[in-house]
Design a protein around this ligand. Structure first.
Ligand code: HEC
Length: 117
């Protein structure tokens, strides 16, 4: 008797909408945690702001450090440090204000752009 109903019971479990099984944790599975890099956006920001000090191709000049020949990771780490107000070198006061309004996405884009030069 019981055996006859078992397959039906299994079917019911499989057909049950999976998003209801989570118990409403409020987790949005669509949210992205990894950033998709946009080189064009990075180039745009670099050319509108950063090139004034670091030069049109990121090669630097005088007390403005060269940015090319670094990895994207290094550049992004530095930019986040400046953004958080950390003192890095003797001219941090010149650089820090440039980083304050950058989003994580901006930083990823600029770093990838510079690393691609
Ligand atoms: C007003 C001039 C100026 C502008 C504009 C500027 N920077 Fe800088 N940047 C500096 C100076 C000066 C330093 C070195 C600061 C120090 O001594 O810590 C620096 C350092 C850096 C460093 C660290 C380099 C290293 O070798 O560690 C990075 C990365 C950087 N800038 C990226 C940028 C980006 C990206 C922008 C545009 C959003 C930008 N900078 C705009 C002046 C500027």
């Amino acid at each position: 008797m019981l055996k006859r109903f078992l397959p039906l019971a299994l079917l019911a479990v499989i057909a049950y909408p999976t998003h209801l099984l989570g118990g409403g944790t409020g987790v949005n599975n669509d949210s992205k945690t990894t950033l998709t890099v946009d080189l064009k956006s990075g180039e745009k920001i670099y050319k509108s702001v950063c090139k004034n000090c670091h030069g049109p191709t990121g090669k630097g000049m005088a007390s403005f450090p060269k940015l090319v020949d670094n990895t994207a990771e290094y550049l992004a780490d530095r930019l986040k440090q400046y953004r958080s107000g950390e003192k890095i070198g003797p001219n941090t006061a010149l650089m820090a204000p440039q980083a304050t309004s950058l989003t994580d996405q901006d930083i990823a884009d600029i770093a990838a752009y510079l690393a691609s030069l």
